[in-house]
Design a protein around this ligand. Structure first.
Ligand code: ACM
Length: 704
């Protein structure tokens, strides 16, 4: 062990000036989420093949033991250090251990459980202390992120970290209905969640497009509602246990009474319309809705929830509740008569009646209810939890009326927004007008991975690495908001997530090879660095998709957050925002534009011989044209004193506008920064011209 004694520098990310903290944080600290408090020394501890771990305390549970073994596995694999078998197998009563982990008790897997820990790298060794084994697991993940591998070997910075989450509910929702996600997909994503300290897997198991859980008492649900693609009870338990081992709760969602096609495909007699019903193959909001006015519905749901309440451990069951359009209710005279008799003026009032009945059932089985915005109607008991997809204001409104809730609006990762868009979205911003008591009802948030446009092959690349940044929003102090530093750390974390078997990085080159049926994918990768899938719901508007559509095209290989395009945009902003003379910016802008300009020629053969790539050919040609325009503008800005004026500018603005046209449901991400170069080259004041304004994305949610 080598360690220099030093004064600790206290870096608290809880202070109001902490936006600057990221800059003060040395590059060796690539933590995500950023801990609550960091005291940083200047030395480091070296890990060698004698490394060992000792577990202590009543919280040294089998779960913690397995967690420590997984940590050692990853440490050894990452560093290529050979540990003795005893290092993995003997984890107690080791007086000589380099790392001591003390956990006072076993943590319960319930909302609000203690996840705090203290991690100290000092002269005496590495000490991890936590109130619970779950807190210790969180600390082990931090420890793995602290490792530095360089010319000094494998080291850990001298540091004292105190850490605890800002919010108790930090989730990822995975939709297994629209596209079925095999168990191994769920498991590797649970590993990713644990690595960034997320603690709830919200499992969307039922929707119009598939009923994905085996039900012994009502077997037609999985037999007729799933095309044979469902999780057996054994598999469900396997996932729950796997999650529990990582300190993650599993909250199942059975969407009711709307999004009801799969339920009603199996049991049409519970429908509000005569049927027949068939599993839905396309995307959108559909009419099939469970009939809330017949007692058979509640007998059925009682049977169903009795089984599910026993199968799933968590205190919560999610009942969906979203996007019931009420059409089948209003078209059914008996339902309308029921509404009239009970004084219900609108479908939402009938849905409230339904919710009350479902709540009674869940309560009888010891479960709490969570649902989307639509379940929030005053009068329901205040222990239900509202998940807001519509917006923060509806979450706050519920909190003011006494209801706890979590935010998902702004964390819809299926909408293909860049990471910073989600990262800067806060469930509880500083300037909220909630009282302390109301604010305490904001329990956290969830990223939502709706599965219209993801398969088991691509889902990781939609979840990761962006969800690591969302996890930081839920865990770290709200003052941690430095976007550049987030992207810097995310780059490291993304590779570490690969260690867990996540496929977000490695599937992309494979998909490109499959697309071109060739080995030289370098020019395709260059093109891919400049395009992203169209945002929000435009993909479905541009081309009809069903459950059987290919998800193997360029749009599927493209990332939501194309790093080369983003870096180009930053270089242009820095160049134009500075004195136009920064050699580094000029070189990086020119280098990017030149490589993009040449790329179409390099791609010609590949694109020409691949039917699957033909749709992207116009995009490649457009990239060349846009790059040429950008290079002209850069020359004017750096080599000429004369500004060419509006006559030069207008046709270029028009060509750049035309370059925004999507191809193959992808869009070119470098148009705005080239437009800025062109406008700045033409006449400095032109940034005030409407044609010079960058195009902003509108945000939307819904239709799930
Ligand atoms: C939803 O997006 N319909 C919850």
């Amino acid at each position: 062990m080598r360690l220099t004694i030093s004064a600790f520098v206290f870096v608290s990310v809880l202070t109001s000036t902490s936006i600057a903290v990221a800059e003060e944080t040395p590059p060796t600290l690539d933590l995500m989420p950023v801990p609550a408090q960091i005291e940083l020394g200047t030395g480091f501890y070296t890990i060698d093949e004698d490394f060992s771990v000792n577990l202590e305390g009543d919280g040294a549970t089998p779960r913690l033991r397995r967690g420590a073994q997984r940590m050692l596995r990853r440490l050894s694999d990452r560093s290529a250090l050979f540990f003795e078998p005893s290092t993995f197998l003997e984890l107690v009563d080791r007086d000589d251990a380099a790392m001591t982990v003390t956990a006072d008790r076993a943590g319960g897997l319930a909302l609000g459980g203690d996840e705090s820990y203290r991690l100290a790298v000092t002269q005496e060794g590495i000490r991890l202390q936590a109130a619970t084994d779950i807190g210790a697991l969180r600390g082990l993940e931090t420890f793995l992120q602290l490792l530095t591998l360089d010319e000094n070997g494998v080291t850990v910075s001298e540091v004292v970290i105190f850490d605890e989450p800002r919010f108790p509910w930090r989730g990822l929702m995975i939709d297994s209905s629209r596209h079925f996600m095999p168990v191994e997909v769920i498991k590797r994503n649970l590993d990713g969640m644990a690595a960034v300290k997320l603690n709830v897997l919200h499992w969307h198991l039922v929707d119009d497009q598939g009923f994905r859980v085996e039900c012994l008492a009502l077997p037609k649900l999985h037999e007729l509602g799933s095309d044979g693609l469902y999780y057996t009870r054994v598999q469900i338990r396997e996932v729950i246990d796997y999650a529990a081992d990582r300190g993650i709760r599993v909250v199942p969602e059975f969407d009711l009474p709307g999004h009801g096609t799969a339920w009603l495909t199996a049991y049409p007699e519970l429908g509000s319309a005569p049927g027949p019903y068939e599993i839905e193959r396309s995307w959108g909001i559909f009419d099939p809705t469970i009939n809330p006015t017949i007692e058979e519905t509640y007998v059925f749901l009682d049977t169903f929830f009795a089984e599910m309440a026993a199968l799933f451990d968590d205190d919560f069951i999610h009942i969906g509740g979203d996007e019931n359009n009420g059409k089948h209710w209003l078209a059914n005279p008996e339902i309308v008569a029921f509404m009239e008799k009970n004084g219900y003026d609108e479908p939402l009032m009938l849905q409230r009646y339904f919710n009350e009945r479902v709540l009674e059932i869940l309560t009888s089985y010891g479960k709490r209810m969570i649902g989307w915005d639509e379940i929030f109607q005053e009068g329901l008991p205040k222990n239900i939890v509202i998940q807001s997809w519509r917006g923060r204001e509806s979450l706050f409104e519920a909190a003011r009326l006494g209801y706890p809730g979590i935010l998902s609006n702004g964390y819809y990762i299926d909408l293909i927004h860049p990471t910073d868009h989600h990262y800067l979205n806060d469930p509880l911003p500083d300037d909220s007008d909630l009282s302390a008591e109301e604010a305490a009802r904001i329990l956290g948030g969830e990223a939502t991975m709706w599965a219209e446009y993801v398969s088991s092959e691509t889902v990781d690349s939609r979840i990761w690495p962006r969800t690591a940044a969302i996890a930081e929003r839920f865990w770290s102090p709200g003052t941690v908001r430095d976007v550049a530093d987030m992207y810097r750390r995310l780059d490291h974390i993304s590779l570490q997530l690969e260690e867990l078997g996540l496929q977000h990085e490695r599937n992309r080159p494979m998909m490109l090879r499959q697309l071109c049926r060739c080995r030289d994918i370098a020019p395709l990768e260059v093109l891919l660095g400049t395009i992203e899938p169209v945002k929000v719901y435009r993909r479905g508007q541009q081309r009809k998709h069903t459950q059987f559509s290919p998800l193997t095209r360029m749009v599927d290989a493209a990332w939501p957050d194309a790093a080369p395009a983003r870096q180009f945009q930053w270089a242009v902003a820095s160049f134009l925002g500075g004195d136009l003379a920064d050699e580094f910016d000029i070189a990086s802008i020119r280098g990017a534009l030149e490589s993009w300009q040449k790329n179409d020629a390099a791609l010609e053969e590949t694109l020409g011989t691949s039917p699957a790539l033909a749709e992207i050919q116009p995009m490649s040609a457009t990239l060349t044209e846009v790059s040429a325009i950008g290079l002209d503008a850069l020359d004017l800005l750096t080599k000429s004193d004369a500004a060419p004026g509006a006559e030069w500018l207008q046709p270029r603005i028009e060509r750049l506008e035309a370059a925004r046209k999507p191809h193959g449901q992808t869009e070119l991400m470098v148009v705005d920064p080239v437009l800025e170069l062109v406008c700045a080259a033409a006449l400095p004041a032109s940034l005030k011209e409407p044609g010079c304004q960058p195009k902003q994305e509108a945000m939307a949610v819904g239709e799930h």
